[in-house]
Design a protein around this ligand. Structure first.
Ligand SMILES: [Zn+2]
Length: 311
């Protein structure tokens, strides 16, 4: 556990997947701690948390989940059982959480979706198999207290940060942004198009980064990696990264229709492990769809396959 400025504590938990760790935070409040994010619900999550919380001292008054990805929501129910504290989660984020983790038919839907975007059968089976590995370790809290951007939780303002996850919420107080996976230091947050996601996640993300620059937080505490000392500068770097990736995507498009899978081979290389390919296809699609929104690409759907051409 690390002590940060303003009495905030950072608890770093190991992750069995990249990037190998996730940060959770305890924010001091009048009634006790507000715990931001929960880690994966690994079999020993509850014991580990009991030890961490004993070391922190005091009581947890509130549990806040920034977004429904396994490393953030996974141990929410464990923590609720352990502390009795209510769990807060965004309205849209909880809807997607249920759709993905509370739905046995999700794998099938993901399978269809990768097919739709031109992924070969053998690759698709691997991709979807990979994605269900974490299913048993996601114990999200059913019927949390649903909140929205603009509301406050324990004096922290909730700020919408769509892109990495459509319904992701950050917390902001006194120039401190609890950034979750909206801003990361050295890692570029993934921004992918997924089944049932919003139509233009990259457009959402670029606008959310504009909003971060406008809010000009002094410091950002991310879900992974080091504290971000200049959040606005990092937001601009991420915008620049995506501008370059959009240019690469335009360059990969021509008059011959290409699927998201084919484009991902150009943009991310042909050699990737299944989990890497899953994100590569989703990232490629978020860029292709941004280009469609900018009238720089055309989307076609025919014979159960989606393809893109240059506009
Ligand atoms: Zn994360």
């Amino acid at each position: 556990m690390d002590e940060l400025a303003g009495g905030i504590r950072r608890i770093t938990l190991p992750l069995p997947m990249r990037p190998g760790h996730v940060h959770t935070y305890l924010l001091p409040g009048d009634d006790g701690w507000t715990l931001v994010d929960t880690g994966v619900g690994l079999p020993d999550a509850k014991e580990n948390w009991a030890a961490e919380l004993e070391q922190a001292g005091g009581r947890v008054a509130t549990i806040f989940v920034t977004h429904f990805h396994p490393d953030h929501v996974g141990a929410a129910a464990d923590l609720h059982e352990l502390t009795g504290a209510p769990v807060y989660q965004g309205v849209l984020d909880y809807a997607q959480c249920e759709l993905v983790w509370g739905n046995p038919a999700w794998s099938e839907r993901l399978l269809d979706w990768f097919h739709l975007h031109g992924t070969p059968d053998d690759v698709t089976a691997e991709l979807v198999g990979q994605s269900s590995v974490y299913r048993p370790f996601i114990r999200y809290q059913r019927d949390p207290i649903l909140v929205e951007a603009g509301e406050h939780v324990d004096g922290w303002e909730l700020v919408a940060a769509p892109g990495h996850a459509d319904g992701q919420l950050c917390l902001l107080k006194d120039g401190v942004l609890m950034a979750a996976d909206h801003l990361l230091g050295r890692i570029t947050p993934t921004v992918g198009l997924w089944p049932a996601s919003r139509a233009d996640p990259l457009g959402d993300y670029l606008a959310a980064l504009d909003r971060t620059i406008e809010l000009a937080p002094r410091i950002a505490l991310p879900g992974h990696g080091e504290v971000i000392e200049d959040p606005s500068a990092r937001a601009r770097e991420l915008q620049e990264h995506h501008r370059l990736r959009l240019e690469e995507t335009v360059a990969a498009l021509g008059s011959h229709p290409r699927t998201g899978y084919e484009l991902s081979l150009d943009l991310f290389g042909a050699k990737l492990p299944p989990a890497g390919r899953r994100f590569a296809v989703a990232e490629t699609l978020s860029h292709a769809e941004r280009l469609v929104h900018e009238s720089a690409a055309l989307r076609h759907e025919d014979g159960g396959t989606v393809t893109y051409t240059a506009a």
